[in-house]
Design a protein around this ligand. Structure first.
Ligand SMILES: *[C@@H]1O[C@H](CO)[C@@H](O)[C@H](O)[C@H]1NC(C)=O
Ligand SMILES: *[C@@H]1O[C@H](CO)[C@@H](O)[C@H](O)[C@H]1NC(C)=O
Length: 464
């Protein structure tokens, strides 16, 4: 127990979760330092200093990941963008053209992806069913009455859904459509101001375990409340604080994308997207944001490491011989699986100091309650995405929350913990194609953010 916590705390310090020092630093001088002061250097006793992460991501992971995400399997994402917002009615749809999402024609999407047995060939499907059958029967004591056996099987099913951190999008709905992610890139849409704030506020205010009386500073330039908020945050247990950091990291990551693909020029002849340094500074400069910006960037690295850890943990699932990235194109599918495994092995080789077993450890009953809370709060966030008025932002918001939800499902799935890696991959652990596509695309987005931070760092250094 002590060692475990030691590990976790070392890790959290490394990614700044427990770091003190709000406002203690010398005022950094240059524009670059003002944004990056919290994300540089060797971080205490953890080997994962930011420079190592940057190098690992930018040169080893990012290029291969991009290639993988361009493949048919990963570019087509099925999503229902017409689900009503469960929390309020007055959604003002963003009318801007840049907010629109162009769904695929049905003949664009490979049949292998559309068909129900997308994941496996028929042969493999049968094999899996047999294995699952055997595993279930093995797990069920045959001396039990038939009724009890049935109940146990029901439990297995329930277990599976209780692993899910996201509300499953109803992709069977006639409203669900395939979207080509490459043709609908995440970038600046002009969706901002009160409507966008409202979404993020609901996420922070109602879903971060936060009491009503403590407000997260909405306007980064307004002073006064900040200290109450952060001292509240520091008083939380590790898990709840981690939850906040994940959301903040996601928020930061999305803002990095929007600053990196800002609509710089908009004439009827040409649209040009590119880096907008001013926009980046407004969100991340330590002075302009009263210290919050650099912490947001630190949270982005936290999110990165969490998803990285989930990926390294789920490797055995993808290593199963019968697992395919099935689109129907045999050679291409095999090649993609090789690339996928190459990426996963690269990830696994990255030295990580994160022991997610320490999460939700301690008193079993309390831990379960906390885990359940965590899950419910996260599900809520995935539902709030249906309230985003800009469809493009809704698409990428859903995809990234589903991806993070999948990462959490992997990290906290008891099945995975119990069965891997000693006893080999468990056939009880499943990821759907939706989950796989969102997991890798979401990680691709954070990986892109880390890469973009390097670009912004260089741009900021060149202006000062
Ligand atoms: C960059 O973003 C700022 C807002 O942060 C905006 O005022 C400015 O016009 C943008 N620059 C360009 C070239 O679009
Ligand atoms: C979910 O969100 C709604 C709307 O913001 C809120 O009323 C509800 O309390 C939230 N539930 C949880 C578990 O966070």
């Amino acid at each position: 127990m002590g060692r475990r916590w030691g590990f976790l705390i070392g890790f959290l310090i490394a990614v700044g979760l427990l770091g003190s020092g709000h406002g203690e630093q010398q005022p950094p001088e240059t524009a670059a330092q003002r944004c990056f002061c919290q994300v540089s250097g060797y971080l205490d006793d953890c080997t994962c200093d930011v420079e190592t992460i940057d190098k690992f991501n930018n040169y080893r992971l990012f290029p291969r990941l991009q290639k993988l995400l361009e493949s048919d399997y990963f570019r087509y994402y099925k999503v229902n963008l017409k689900r009503p917002c469960p929390f309020w009615n007055d959604i003002s749809q963003c009318g801007r053209r840049d907010c629109a999402v162009k769904p695929c024609h049905s003949d664009e999407v490979p049949d292998g992806i559309k068909s129900a047995s997308y994941k496996y060939s028929e042969e493999a499907n049968n094999l899996i069913e047999e294995c699952e059958q055997a595993e279930r029967l093995g797990a069920v004591d045959e001396s039990l009455s038939e009724e009890t056996q049935k109940a146990v099987l029901q439990w297995t099913k329930h277990d599976d859904s209780s692993d899910n951190f996201c509300e499953a999008d109803d992709i069977q709905s006639p409203d669900a459509e395939y979207v080509d992610l490459l043709l609908n890139p995440e970038r600046y849409t002009g969706y901002k101001g009160p409507d966008a704030w409202k979404i993020w506020n609901v996420i922070y205010e109602e879903n971060c375990f936060k009491p009503q009386t403590i407000k997260r500073p909405l306007n980064p330039l307004a002073s006064g409340q900040e200290n109450t908020f952060y001292s509240w945050l520091e008083g939380l247990c590790v898990e709840k604080r981690a939850f906040y950091r994940l959301i903040s990291g996601l928020h930061a990551s999305i803002n990095v994308h929007l600053s990196a693909r800002y609509l710089l020029q908009d004439t009827w002849l040409e649209k040009k997207w590119g880096h907008n340094i001013t926009e980046f500074q407004q969100r991340f400069d330590g002075i302009l944001t009263e210290g919050e910006g650099p912490r947001r960037l630190k949270n982005l690295y936290f999110l990165y490491l969490i998803e990285l850890r989930a990926l390294s943990k789920v490797v055995p699932f993808f290593e199963r011989p019968d697992f395919q990235l099935f689109t129907g194109n045999k050679d291409q599918d095999a090649e993609n699986k090789m690339l996928l495994l190459e990426i996963l092995h690269e990830i696994k080789s990255f030295p990580l100091h994160f022991d997610e077993n320490s999460f939700f450890a301690g008193n079993k009953k309390e831990a379960n309650k906390l885990k359940e809370d965590f899950r419910l709060h996260f599900r809520n966030i995935s539902r709030i995405m249906d309230c985003v008025g800009c469809l493009k932002c809704r698409l990428w918001g859903k995809l990234q929350t589903q991806g993070l939800g999948t990462a959490l499902k992997i990290l906290f799935s008891e099945k995975l913990i119990a069965n891997m890696p000693e006893s080999g991959p468990s056939y009880e652990f499943h990821l759907t194609r939706q989950e796989i596509v969102s997991l890798f695309n979401a990680f691709g987005r954070i990986s892109t953010s880390v890469k973009e931070l390097e670009n912004f760092r260089n741009l900021l250094q060149s202006i000062h």
